[in-house]
Design a protein around this ligand. Structure first.
Ligand SMILES: [Zn+2]
Length: 91
């Protein structure tokens, strides 16, 4: 579990996500399956908000160690987009 503060937290992961371009499948709002299309490796990323702080968790080895991996970077990007769309609908 990592806390998402600034974009700098995930800077390296975001760069890697842009290179790898993993597929992000939305299981539900806050839960994403991220697939590396080249290797077929699949991980689950959960995004959550507690006490106004944002957290993310990934099932890969780096994620289990609390590191910001590119799966989290990719899923958070999709999550922010979904959250923005939901906010626009809930006017
Ligand atoms: Zn990961």
């Amino acid at each position: 579990m990592i806390q998402l503060t600034t974009a700098a937290t995930l800077e390296n992961a975001i760069t890697k996500a842009r290179t790898v371009k993993p597929r992000v499948h939305v299981n539900r709002f806050g839960s994403y399956t991220v697939t590396n299309k080249a290797t077929g490796a699949t991980y689950t990323v959960e995004c959550m908000k507690r006490d106004n702080k944002r957290f993310a968790h990934c099932t890969c080895k780096a994620g289990e160690r609390g590191q910001g991996c590119y799966h989290i970077a990719a899923a958070v990007s999709a999550h922010i987009q979904l959250a923005t769309e939901r906010a626009q609908l809930n006017f």
